[in-house]
Write a protein that binds this ligand. Structure first.
Ligand code: SF4
Length: 325
């Protein structure tokens, strides 16, 4: 046990009173982009108390955040599988807020043409990623973009820049037909995992050895992933986040790839599988950048007190606390 404690990040150790050694992995949870967009949302409601306010897609990938916005009478326009442009057809008046993932100029123009007041809550890191691609294209460089198809960030990039090459998997690399003598830049969706991109980047570089890699995994995503890697000798890791959150998925994947046996990806404390814990296990708690701290703290507080032989009932979610920053 001593060896384990030495290896686990000292800052993250916590005294617990229950059967488990609970480690609050730091940093975790809301990133600056998410905090900024949620503050913006609250401010807009305060400034325009009687106006209809809609968010195109989920402001962040967390359904509890979308539900909590009902309390502020803010409508989330979100139908699975629809693009931002298609979602726009459901909004015909008032203020429309565009999410932290970024939105294409075409969607913004269409929203303005409908007479909507457009508020762009795009994260500065996403905006800077668009700028890098724009600059490369201005210099007549070829751009290869690694992203997840149907993710709103990738959707916006592909709509803004028609002549770039999207790579979502290895077979896309085989299909690339860029002249190897052209200048090539490799950019990427900000919330991917560096580990996950490695294979794709290696395959691209094998085909185009002179391609320049611009690793645009954002700082918030990177440090949350590194914190999991540093704590890879844990017995278990709980990753709190929405099933649709890409950076949450990446944290769980990195934990599994790092050799942690019991990795549980859950939305709330209610989803915890207690049968997988053993007395004195070292259990880390982390969460994606779009997960409300309230939901993560609930899991941590519950596990810190747990008696595995007679666990207390899991607490209910109080939706009014979801938007607490
Ligand atoms: S995860 Fe990164 S890119 Fe996405 S909103 Fe947060 S800081 Fe911005």
């Amino acid at each position: 046990m001593e060896k384990k404690l030495q290896n686990i990040e000292k800052d993250n150790q916590n005294k617990t009173v229950g059967d488990l050694n609970v480690i609050d992995i730091k940093p975790r949870g809301y990133c600056k982009g998410v905090i900024r967009s949620l503050r913006l949302l609250k401010n807009i409601r305060e400034k325009y108390p009687d106006e209809t306010i809609s968010v195109l897609g989920r402001i962040v990938h967390n359904r509890y955040v979308a539900e909590a916005m009902d309390l502020y009478s803010i409508i989330t326009v979100d139908y699975p599988g629809l693009t931002r442009e298609q979602l726009l057809s459901y909004v015909d008046h008032g203020i429309v807020i565009l999410s932290a993932h970024g939105c294409s100029d075409m969607v913004k123009d269409k929203a303005k043409a409908k007479g909507l007041t457009v508020i762009d809550a795009a994260c500065p890191d996403v905006i800077s990623s668009h700028k890098i691609i724009e600059d490369a294209l201005k210099k007549n460089e070829q751009v290869i973009f690694i992203g997840k198809s149907k993710h709103p960030e990738t959707e916006a990039v592909m709509q803004n820049f028609k002549n770039i090459n999207l790579i979502t998997n290895i077979s896309d690399v085989n299909k690339l037909k860029i002249d190897p003598f052209e200048k090539i830049v490799i950019a990427n969706q900000t919330t991917l995992s560096s580990l996950d991109m490695r294979n794709l980047i290696e395959a691209i570089i094998k085909k185009y050895p002179n391609a320049k890699v611009i690793d645009e995994v954002c700082g918030a995503t990177r440090v949350r992933q590194e914190a999991v890697i540093k704590n890879s000798n844990l017995d278990a890791l709980i990753v709190v986040g929405d099933p649709d959150s890409n950076n949450t998925a990446m944290l769980a994947k990195i934990a599994l790839d790092s050799g942690i046996k019991n990795v549980q990806r859950i939305e709330t404390v209610q989803d915890l599988d207690l049968t997988k814990f053993h007395k004195n296990d070292f259990v880390g708690i982390t969460s994606g950048a779009s997960t409300p701290p309230y939901l993560t703290d609930m899991v941590s507080d519950y596990l810190k007190q747990i008696n595995l032989a007679a666990p207390m009932p899991k607490p209910e979610i109080d939706i009014s606390k979801i938007l607490d920053l």
